[in-house]
Ligand binder design. Sequence first.
Ligand code: ADP
Ligand code: MG
Length: 372
Amino acid sequence: MKEEERRHKLFEQVQKLKGNIRVMCRIKPPADKSSDALIKFNPRVSELDEDKIDGLTIPTEREDFRMPGKMIAGEPKDFNFERVFDDNCTNKDVFDEISQLVQSVMDGKKVCIFCYGQTGSGKTYTMSRKEDGIIPRTQDMIFSEVDRLKVLGWEYTVEGSYLEVYQDKLYDLLASRSAKPEPLTVDPISEELNIKGHSFTLLKEERDLDEMVRTADNNRHTAATAMNDRSSRSHSILVLKIRGVKKNEDGEIIRTRKGTLNLIDLAGSESPDKARGEQIYREGVEINSSLSYLRTVLSRLGQGKTEGVDFRSYTLTQLLRPSLGKGCRTLMFVMVSPLKENENETIRSLEFAKDAQKVKMGGNGGAAKSKK
Ligand code: ADP
Ligand code: MG
């Protein structure tokens, strides 16, 4: 009976999540676990799987209005996510949880995976090639799927681009950094992502993709050093277009699948800080407005509304337009710092994620209808 009950709850959860933006949280491990300068997350074990956490309750304090200056317990902040990864979790645990979603790209699904959070919270660690994050694990999976499906008569082609949005302008992370890079423009009409004067790279084997990611990492790193860590103030997007065709004995195509995977390492979401200088402050303001516009777009699409949604307002949403909307699958990782000194930013990030989670995707909104 217990098993039956568990199955029922699982089914309900799947129904609830279907069509929603899925949100998972990852807490960065503190350098010093015994420190008392850590946020109290009070994790909640999942009812569905006692090895997993899916909720957090953070105590808050407020000033006692009868005794100014005296702090008393306030309303605790409560968060429920699909999954919470605490400091015991590894990049492998993260990928195990999302591997089915990545695999669904082979079936022709459009998938966006975002990492959101303040600078230093672990976005790049979770995505990166160096740390055996989502990107290298995705590489492995896709090319082993290509081989597996070949046996079943499918021929796949994989094409990729690695892009960067900095100050609302789009750049190719694969372009040589010796010349001053020219910003690119996205075709605002096309059903698929097309970028003027830019072609996707054909990736014949895993090595080609690995090479591409390595080049982009180097370029991103160079730009970061040259410009006071530009990478934390830009969004980076790895786009993979994956096409499968199945032919009959006469060589005629009988089935096709077109999937897209976007792996997005967003710019740091921290509040703009004047103390860090005028330029960084202005960049921060710009980042925050592009992130909140992303949320607006997602929530409009979720309500099945496209009026008032102009994907062209920001480069990030322009770029993602063909992958957002009906039938697409969106997963957001919210990364948080465990340090007390970051508590305000941590709560701010968790609130953003809580809001994003309410968004239902796949109404009548979406890419096709947004054409003007
Ligand atoms: P972000 O990209 O959000 O600015 P990073 O991923 O660069 O943050 O992480 C900041 C630092 O913390 C890096 O030195 C990184 O190696 C370390 N770090 C982040 N997440 C983890 C983790 N889960 N386990 C161990 N170290 C981590
Ligand atoms: Mg980073």
